[in-house]
Design a binder for this molecule. Structure first.
Ligand code: GLN
Ligand code: ZN
Length: 775
């Protein structure tokens, strides 16, 4: 029986984020297309060589993109939206970046979806999260006029490049059903599914051309097989694959991120030569797949976690692979669970992590080598990789037993928690009374979401402090001055509930992670978020606890400067979890609960320091939802409980706020309500307050507590007029009782400048004053 190794995709940015810097240079106009193409070519060559060096049977071609692989498919399949008005002679790469980044008008303003754009400027393609990752893809746009044609040779050129370098090539394509499904209709009443028939001939052409090039295997990704699909889409799979597989190279159909569930048999029986499954996210399905997959097909088993940074437990992986190897007659391919796009490049560049912690991790390059070792072991050649197997086992055992990972005090705290720990003492109506008496706020109180402009000076001071060029007292003095400035400005503006402005925070998760036990930070653990933008998520490696207060000093200082209530500002447990690499040796819910207790300690300490209003931000609640609905109840139960644990250590008179943005909540409103925050602030201005209708009971559930619907978009410097805010709040008051409404911006103001911030907030306060007698 033959075994082979391969990957589904590799990170694009390069060991030192070369692609990022090359892109940004190009966008600044400092380099032309040829120079950028050369960087891409060099990166691909290096990344293929790394795959070859690790003994993979193929290099994967077609995973590279200058911005996003879905955008590459838009050009390959010739469906660039007509609204860009591209002329035939405009170079492919310049059209590509226009779609990705928008077109500036004469005033230098890139329009977004909400603007009333003129002929000059055009907004970029919308960006949305790639399944449940933090990678964002560009959303294809479809309408009745959409046509497809084979319109780019980029993929074939890349294949030729790899072949010239002497590599055996497996090309990768996003499958036609996933490509269509992930796009969006741009006309009411139009169904993008109706485009399927016209799309398939182009896929046939693409596959035919790859075959002509001598490509033996094409990996065709259909990750939507892991979603709850409408019947029509499910039913289309068989006929689609009959059609496109006819004259194609051998197809390896790949699904990942989520269980196949009701699509398992369908996936096994499609007329393709092989199937890849995610045995990290859905190990329970492996037996079923081995049963259902016809004996002549290739089975690719994703046993190395492509979504996380932990070194593979070789015995767990072999425990998945060996039974399949016994049972399945056809070839067995060993792979990461999904593309390695979602993990950093290599541990080699890690200077910040200690050696022990490093020995527990594997980034993309290290994962390639894990495949080599697993393959040898599955083939019965353990002896040839004895040293590697031992090293892996020693590291995994050390991690499992490490006192850095497991802390008795943290375990005890969770074990001792009792039923009432996640409940406030009294129900909301009683708390509301007590809080009204305590704060005596005017009707429609005004507040902001937390951050104020992060000026160049603030960033310079933080960076100097990190580099050791500014000492602690110097840094403290600078931050205090910023806090004082923010307090003074808010008082002058007439805001009712103030914030300290978050000047000391680089990032809302990193700031807390750096002060909590159980977190580590990499020097180079960059992962692509979108385009040239990369993020460096914290690594949660051990039990989480809070050794000392994290925000109390800054907040108490801010409170000392004013008689008005100062709102404390924290990031919630779900958001901290969601934006980090999370340990894989215990359920996510357990890690989340540990963070919740640490945040609760901070909430209690803030209360003790005289802070009466505390906001716990949870913008990531919604994005944590599992891809399949079946997983929603358990997730929501754990997430809302974690939030309540963090919020419930305080007296009834202490007012808890939460904040959420970027999302729709209408399908999870009862759960949002179950968080039981006294006040929730949400992003509503871009939907023209439509989002609030759900909170008002439109869908059958009325949100019971107080709400601050955002009255202006913080993503642009545009200053909203008083009239505009008045209009939005009147609309809000039609669905939510006026006595439960607050007035605030959509989100934090850290990306804004002071002039527009002051102008906007001044109009916001004026609008509140106008409306007070009325609503
Ligand atoms: N308190 C944070 C801020 O104002 C909230 C950010 C967010 O919701 N993304 O910046
Ligand atoms: Zn926000």
């Amino acid at each position: 029986m033959t075994t082979r190794t391969h990957i589904l995709g590799f990170p694009r940015m390069g060991a030192h984020r070369e692609l990022k810097f090359a892109l940004e240079k190009h966008w600044r106009g400092e380099t032309g297309h040829a120079a950028l193409e050369a960087v891409g070519e060099a990166l691909r060559a290096r990344h293929w060589q790394a795959q070859r060096d690790a003994g993979l049977d193929f290099v994967t071609v077609g995973d590279f993109a200058f911005y996003d692989h879905v955008a590459n498919h838009i050009q390959l399949l010739g469906c660039e939206p007509a609204r860009f008005g591209f002329s035939g002679d405009e170079p492919e790469l310049s059209r590509y970046f226009k779609m990705a980044r928008g077109v500036e008008d004469e005033a230098g303003h890139v329009h977004d979806d909400s603007c009333n754009h003129g002929a000059e400027g055009t907004f970029a393609l919308e960006m949305t999260k790639w399944f449940d990752t933090n990678y964002h893809y560009l959303v294809p746009e479809f309408d009745a006029a959409t046509q497809f044609r084979l319109a780019s040779t980029r993929l074939f050129d890349e294949v030729a490049q790899a072949q010239q370098a002497g590599h055996a090539v497996k090309a990768v394509l996003l499958g036609p059903l996933s490509f269509l499904y992930l796009g969006k209709e741009k006309a009411a009443g139009f169904d993008r599914f109706s485009l399927l028939e016209s799309l398939l001939p182009v896929y046939e052409q693409v596959l035919g051309r790859l075959k002509q090039q001598g490509v033996e295997w094409v990996q065709i990704d259909e990750p939507i097989l892991g979603l709850d699909l409408p019947e029509a889409w499910r039913n289309a799979f068989e006929r689609v694959y009959w059609q496109i597989a006819r004259n194609a190279p051998k197809l390896l159909l790949a699904s990942y991120f989520s269980p196949l569930s009701e699509n398992l048999r369908l996936a096994c029986q499609l007329p393709v030569a092989g199937l890849h499954v995610d045995a990290v996210r859905a190990p329970q399905e492996l037996t079923g797949v081995a049963d259902w997959l016809p004996a002549h097909k290739v089975l690719s088993v994703g046993v190395v976690d492509g979504r996380n940074i932990w070194r593979t437990d070789v015995d767990v992986a072999l425990g998945k692979l060996r039974p399949v190897a016994e049972k399945h007659q056809g070839e067995l391919w060993i792979a990461p669970s999904c593309s390695l796009l979602h993990v950093p490049f290599s541990l080699a560049a890690e200077t910040k992590l200690d050696t022990e912690l490093k020995s527990w991790l594997a980034f993309a390059i290290e994962k390639l080598d894990e495949l080599r070792v697993l393959r040898a072991a599955v083939e019965g050649n353990e002896a040839s990789v004895a040293a590697e197997l031992t090293a892996a086992r020693v590291a995994v055992a050390a991690r499992r037993a490490s006192p850095r990972v497991h802390r008795a005090d943290v375990a005890l705290r969770l074990a001792r928690s009792v039923a009432g720990d996640d409940r406030r003492a009294s129900a909301f109506p009683q708390r509301q009374q007590l809080q009204r008496t305590r704060f005596a706020l005017p009707a429609l109180p005004t507040t902001t979401i937390g951050s104020f402009p992060q000026t160049a000076e603030i960033r310079a001071a933080r960076a100097a402090f990190k580099r050791g060029e500014l000492d602690a007292p110097g840094y403290r003095g600078k931050m205090r001055a910023e806090i004082a400035l923010a307090v003074r400005k808010q008082e002058e503006l007439g805001i009712d509930v103030l914030v300290h402005g978050e000047a000391e925070r680089n990032d809302m998760v990193e700031y807390f992670g750096e002060q909590l036990d159980g977190f580590a930070f990499t020097a180079n653990g960059w992962v692509q978020s979108y385009g040239s933008r990369c993020v460096k998520p914290p690594v949660i490696f051990g039990d989480v606890a809070r050794p000392a207060p994290m925000t109390v000093e800054w907040t108490a200082y801010a409170q000392s400067l004013t008689k008005l209530p100062m709102k404390g500002m924290l990031t919630g447990p779900v958001t901290i979890l969601q934006w980090s690499f999370v340990r894989d040796d215990q359920p996510r819910a357990t890690t989340c609960e540990q963070i919740a207790w640490a945040i609760r300690d901070e909430v209690v300490d803030l209360e003790g320091a005289g802070i009466g209003i505390i906001q716990i931000d949870e913008p990531a609640i919604r994005e944590g939802l599992p891809l399949r609905r079946a997983g929603w109840p358990a997730y929501l139960k754990a997430a809302t409980r974690a939030f309540r644990i963090s919020a419930s250590g305080v007296r009834d008179q202490t007012q808890i706020h939460t904040h959420m943005c970027y999302s729709e909540f209408n399908d999870i409103l009862p759960e949002i309500a179950a968080m039981d925050a006294d006040v929730i602030t949400i992003e509503t201005s871009r939907s023209d307050m439509e989002l609030l209708r759900g909170f008002g009971g439109e869908g059958g559930f009325r949100y019971p507590n107080e709400i601050g619907p955002g009255v202006y978009d913080i993503h642009s410097p545009r200053v909203p007029s008083v009239d505009e805010i008045v209009r939005l709040m009147r609309k809000a008051a039609q669905v939510v009782p006026g006595e439960n409404l607050w007035i605030n911006p959509d989100c934090g103001l850290k990306t804004r400048g002071w002039p527009e911030t002051e102008a906007a907030l001044s109009n916001m306060v004026a609008a509140a004053k106008l409306l007070r007698g009325e609503l």
